[in-house]
Design a protein. Structure first.
Length: 262
């Protein structure tokens, strides 16, 4: 399994996962050019699918371009696809490139099993994704960003991941003091908005494999957070709960990160 981040944050999200010989892109929220460049640099020439979490622009900006360039499929939930097609969001695609994935119904692609799961966020039908190698239980990667809070079913999905990427969006005090309009502040902090640093820390304390899980804190707000604040807040909560993780790092906003191989 190999995983690396291409871009992460409110300004654009894209992640790459190689699992059981399959190459997946998870979200494509920066330009096609940037994604292609990042893949080229790591010698990745083909894709076996693009998995979209939801329709917000910071997750889809380059999706159509990449699907056409790599002649690959785009997977999204039924209501997300309905939104894309209604609003002609992704440009021209062949019918075979339009793939529906239903939450909680595992999909097999080669030796990789992919399961979408519902997350609470203000979009049509937002999901996180769990990827697992069929022949090796320990090869499991889970991604969950853009969620207002962690439900019990989300927590179950995040457990036993070797690599876990979760949102650590904002610091509530920075958000409160910041220059966002009141309405937007309420939305971000709300139940269907985004996870705060402390919420991410408390969630991680419940779901990581002690000493093993490689954790990425992702989708940081540029306005209402800093990488150091996110890291320190989460690290402090994990310490306070006597939890160690394999590694804790903050996903880079604008440059591809180093691959994790495990
Ligand atoms: Zn969103
Ligand atoms: Zn987002």
């Amino acid at each position: 399994m190999q995983f690396f981040t291409i871009a992460s944050g409110s300004s654009g999200n894209a992640y790459f996962l190689e699992l059981a010989g399959q190459h997946f892109l998870i979200d494509a929220g920066v330009s096609g050019k940037r994604i292609e460049h990042a893949l080229q640099k790591k010698n990745i020439r083909g894709l076996n699918g693009i998995f979209i979490t939801h329709e917000h622009n910071d997750h889809i900006a380059g999706a159509g371009v990449i699907a056409r360039r790599f002649k690959t499929e785009i997977y999204a939930t039924p209501l997300t696809w309905r939104y894309f097609l209604r609003h002609k969001k992704l440009g021209a695609l062949n019918e075979e490139q339009i793939k529906i994935i239903e939450p909680d119904k595992p999909l097999l692609i080669g030796g990789a099993e992919v399961t979408a799961f519902d997350i609470p966020h203000d979009a049509s039908q937002p999901v996180g994704y769990s990827f697992r190698a069929v022949t090796n239980e320990s090869e499991k990667m889970v991604i969950a960003t853009d969620l207002g809070h962690a439900t019990e079913s989300v927590k179950e999905r995040l457990k036993n991941a070797r690599v876990l990427l979760i949102e650590s969006n904002h610091d509530p005090e920075m958000l409160e003091r910041g220059r966002y309009q009141r309405e937007l502040k309420t939305r971000v902090a709300g139940n269907r908005g985004h996870l705060s640093n402390a919420q991410a820390g408390m969630l991680l304390a419940e779901v990581v494999i002690p000493g093993k899980t490689h954790v990425f804190l992702a989708h940081l707000s540029e306005e209402n957070n800093t990488p150091m604040l996110a890291f320190d807040t989460v690290a402090r909560i994990l310490d306070g709960n006597n939890i160690t993780v394999g590694r804790l790092e903050v996903a880079e906003r604008n440059i591809p990160g180093e691959p994790v191989v495990c």
